[in-house]
Design a protein around this ligand. Structure first.
Ligand code: BGP
Length: 473
């Protein structure tokens, strides 16, 4: 639908930017921090940098927050490293770790920036992983204990809480992200049992947040990629429905309604991967209610009916690291109507609006975008600045779609693109940058780790100052 006049962004809209602890902080063993599965990740990214220094935000957070203040961010979405707070996952609390996030949150508040806290972003404590990860009920209990520490420490300063970042990616790419060490069928069974554990942990933590944080708001943060059928062939539509259910709605239906999506459950039973559900689990899941839905959106996906053989599979990305498609479920195809970025990811701003509409239609909960952005090979020009017009173009075209979603009647709380500052990419190391702020280091040479604003940060600043009106300029 076209509109003659588009609405302004609402007063109080959370114009923000995002990061995650293991990708930005560094200081991986500083001041008593314990190892997480990310710190121990050696097999991937192959030959690229580790996360030990990252962007050194742990030591330079004050400078970083000052720059965020200059840009005029209204919100900053970051994650708290579980292993800084409780180094072995469920033992003693580390006061120095607790103090770091007090300093960070206080610095944000001084700049008038709303902190949005992710409680868990891929960095499960290594000790808990070694004991079976989320398939072990002790991990679920440990997460609740960790959450209670966070709510008690920071609850008076933090309103917005995110439970788990991209639980669906930790299941779909379980080996790469350190969720499982098993292979084949065994890995799948393990992953869906871990998935169930994460759902329980999330539900219990949502309930605790409402008990411990007056006025606190909490929600999940899955990665949502709306799935299109390749054609109007009815079989392609069935494949798209299946993949939408298994990739997307499984996670959101559980978080909001506390029940397994029926198509996703049918798939788990068919494959022999359905998790064991203990007595009382479904009641715990049904009792928890999120206040909003956060989601990360990078692009849509397009699928066709499966052929039932290896031709259903497709390697994705410039370095072909990820496999999409599943034999007998859906065939992954390129969308011929979409361009790709330098790393082979499709770019689909209109799919962003479609994703908003689908989520709103299903749940009628306020929506918060916690990631969206363009990974690129940024290089400073002779004048020292990164002239990232390609990123401005990407962000502008996505933000225009938010405005259309607002016109469609969707309640949008805010937009936190990835990323506030350059950090280590999950898949491609340091060479793939997303930040508004440039960090002077490369894959192996730490240089001086100096900070400087990219052109996109000035563009974003104008946009925030004008509450989005500069889109029309
Ligand atoms: C999301 C993760 C982020 C971030 C982002 C970009 O899946 O939540 O942690 O890494 O994707 O991905 P990448 O760094 O691989 O380009």
């Amino acid at each position: 639908m076209d509109y003659k006049v588009l609405p302004m962004f609402p007063e109080g809209f959370l114009w923000g930017a995002s990061t995650s602890a293991y990708q930005v902080e560094g200081g991986w063993d500083a001041d008593g921090k314990g190892p997480s599965v990310q710190d121990l990740r050696t097999h991937f990214p192959e030959g690229t940098t580790d996360y030990k220094v990252a962007a050194d935000h742990y030591h330079r957070y004050a400078e970083d927050v000052a720059l965020m203040g200059e840009i005029g961010l209204k919100a900053y979405r970051f994650s708290i490293a579980w292993t800084r707070i409780i180094p072995d996952g469920d033992g003693a609390v580390n006061p120095e770790g607790v103090a770091f996030y007090h300093r960070l949150i206080d610095a944000l508040r001084e700049q008038g920036i709303e902190p949005i806290v992710t409680m868990y972003h891929f960095d499960l404590p290594a000790t808990l992983s070694a004991r079976g990860g989320w398939a072990n009920p002790e991990t679920v209990d440990a997460f609740v204990k960790f959450a209670e520490v966070l709510f008690n420490e920071y609850g008076s300063k933090v309103t917005y809480w995110l439970t788990i970042n991209e639980q669906n990616m930790m299941i779909m790419h379980g080996k790469m992200l350190g969720t499982t060490t098993l292979s084949g069928d065994e890995a799948q069974r393990d992953l869906f049992q871990q998935n169930h554990g994460m759902f329980l942990a999330q539900a219990r933590v949502m309930a605790r947040c409402h008990e411990l944080v007056p006025g606190g708001k909490i929600g999940p943060a899955p990665n949502i990629a709306y799935v299109y059928p390749q054609s109007c062939r009815p079989e392609d539509q069935v494949a798209a429905d299946d993949w939408n259910a298994i990739r997307n709605w499984l996670y959101t239906d559980l978080a909001v309604h506390g029940r397994y999506n029926s198509l996703a459950w049918a798939y788990l039973v068919e494959r022999g991967w359905a998790p064991t559900i203990a007595e009382g689990d479904m009641e715990i899941l049904a009792a928890a209610k999120p206040d909003f839905l956060a989601f990360n959106y990078y692009a849509s996906q397009t699928v066709a009916a499966p052929s039932g053989d290896a031709s259903d599979l497709r390697q994705r990305g410039a370095d072909q690291q990820m496999i999409r498609g599943e034999i007998g479920l859906y065939k992954a195809v390129d969308n011929p109507d979409l361009p790709k970025n330098a790393f082979g990811w499709e770019i689909d701003p209109v799919g962003f609006r479609t994703t908003f509409r689908a989520l709103w239609d299903r749940y009628q909960l306020p929506l918060l975008v916690t990631e969206n952005g363009l990974g690129a090979y940024d290089e400073p020009a002779e004048d020292g600045m990164v002239h990232d017009d390609y990123r401005i173009d990407y962000l502008q075209r996505h933000i225009e779609q938010i405005r259309l979603a607002l016109a469609d009647g969707v309640d949008v709380l805010g937009y936190c693109p990835w990323s506030a500052i350059d950090l280590i990419s999950t898949h491609q190391g340091m060479k793939k940058r997303y930040g508004f702020i440039y960090v002077n280091r490369d894959e192996f040479d730490l240089r001086d780790l100096g900070r400087s604003r990219k052109k996109s940060s000035y563009w974003y600043q104008r946009l925030i100052e004008s509450r989005g009106a500069s889109l029309d300029a």
